[in-house]
Write a protein that binds this ligand. Structure first.
Ligand SMILES: C[S@@+](CC[C@H](N)C(=O)[O-])C[C@H]1O[C@@H](n2cnc3c(N)ncnc32)[C@H](O)[C@@H]1O
Length: 406
């Protein structure tokens, strides 16, 4: 419809256009450049992003995987946000974006498209020119992950702020019967238990009794207290006093079920390449707890058949102990090495950003006695090793060849 005359208008093309079916057979769906299972072809995202956005727009991929959407959005001058709960995905996309200059240009940008070249996307992967530009600055943000050690060391006001935000409470100080309260959850009052001020006081039944004595007839059916798990002496999630339930929101043992009315499940990291795309349940609630890792580092005769006739030796990281510290409501029992998900290596760590070079999955490592092996000559100056557990917690180490020669 013409905006002024209101007359119907017809799109007149050059005659070379092709109407797309809903099944795009002219583009191959997958690519295999980043050793990530189910990596999509950049040509596919090129078409989707061009069809649905303009330069400068914000493109978001909540299942970003190897980061195809982000790389293509970057090349097409869009801003982008990528989300993924998998560590392999996070480090793959970080690497991909840091090295985007070396990757291929999108065909449309790189080369003139000849008239008879339909479908033009079919050969997208063969674009020869490199993209050549660095990625615009970006940041890697850990959403919903909190370092528990840091929380304990936080000044009170910051801890209070964290506690309220963690349980999505409204920060609104108010007083009932001269008792200072911190905010609201829905319409109900919230108290953040000041364990720093009352170091020797425990959250026990007597504490709830006292609270009830003053507040009982002035509050409604629910009252919330946020407290560190270690300072709570009873096991119940709430204590009933008269008509009021006093809910204890433990940090880190949570009663998230009570609030969100859903089960408490943790994100699990894969232990083999096959699992990388398994659907996982995410609740966005976890604490960073660095796993305990003990290894032996040495040089050995190569086991890799390709290296047998060469002079080079193999570096070996023999993982002796791997234990996760898990914070959950129910005690979880895992044997040594059972919670290892994968080991990632950056062979030429620049001292700043981890740039993933190789991944060793726990399932493969188990078959050779948990030895991570790689050719000695891969090590440039220093390597970074990241050990990841199935809950996504990391232990990082920097090593040089000297550490393997000791
Ligand atoms: C099929 S892959 C995406 C591949 C991507 N398009 C590419 O080109 O590489 C799906 C991704 O979604 C992630 N994922 C699955 N469930 C998720 C969730 N609940 N939250 C965030 N990411 C999730 C997986 O870790 C995986 O990396």
């Amino acid at each position: 419809m013409h905006p002024k005359t209101g007359r119907p208008e017809y799109l007149v093309g050059s005659g070379r256009e092709q109407i797309l079916d809903s099944n795009w057979t002219d583009i191959s769906a997958y690519s295999f450049n980043w050793k990530f299972p189910t990596e999509k072809n950049e040509a596919l995202l090129d078409r989707i992003i061009k069809a649905s956005s303009n330069p400068g727009d914000l493109v978001m991929d909540c299942f970003a995987g190897s980061g195809t959407t982000l790389a293509v959005a970057e090349k097409l001058g869009r801003r982008w946000i990528g989300v993924d709960c998998g560590k392999l995905a996070i480090y793959t996309m970080q690497k991909r974006l840091l090295n985007i200059a070396e990757s291929k240009s999108l065909r449309g940008e790189a080369e003139a498209i000849s008239k008879d070249e339909i479908p033009r996307y079919a050969r997208n992967d063969t674009a020869k020119k490199k993209y050549g530009k660095q990625c615009k600055p970006f940041t890697l943000y850990n959403a919903g992950l909190y370092d528990y050690k840091m929380i304990k060391e936080l000044p009170w006001e910051q801890y209070r702020d964290f506690a309220l935000k963690l349980f999505q409470c409204r920060d609104e100080r108010h007083e009932i019967s001269k008792i200072e309260l911190d905010g609201y959850l829905g319409a109900d009052s919230v108290l953040v238990f000041n364990y720093q001020k009352y170091k020797d006081t425990m959250m026990d039944r007597g504490f709830i009794d006292d609270l009830h004595k003053y507040l009982g007839d002035k509050i409604s059916r629910r009252f919330f207290i946020i407290a560190p798990a270690a300072s709570v002496q009873f096991l119940e999630d709430y204590i009933q006093k008269g008509k009021t339930r006093y809910f204890i929101l433990r940090i880190p043992y949570s009663i998230i079920e009570e609030i969100h009315n859903r089960g408490f499940t943790k994100i699990k990291q894969p232990v083999s390449e096959m699992d990388v795309n398994d659907t996982v349940d995410a609740v966005g609630f976890d604490f960073i707890q660095v796993p305990t890792v003990e290894c032996k580092y040495y040089l050995d005769k190569p086991k890799n058949p390709d290296l047998l006739n060469q002079k080079t030796k193999e570096c070996v990281i023999e993982i002796k102990k791997f234990e996760s510290k898990i914070l959950s409501r129910k005690p979880l029992e895992f044997k040594n090495l059972e919670t290892l998900s994968m080991v990632m290596l950056d062979y030429d760590f620049n001292g700043d950003v981890f740039d993933l070079d190789e991944v060793f999955y726990a399932e493969d490592l188990k078959k050779n006695g948990y030895d991570v092996r790689f050719a000695e000559d891969k090590v440039k100056r220093q390597i970074m090793i990241i050990y990841i557990d199935i809950f996504g917690n990391e232990k990082r180490e920097v090593k040089t060849l000297k550490d393997f020669k000791k």
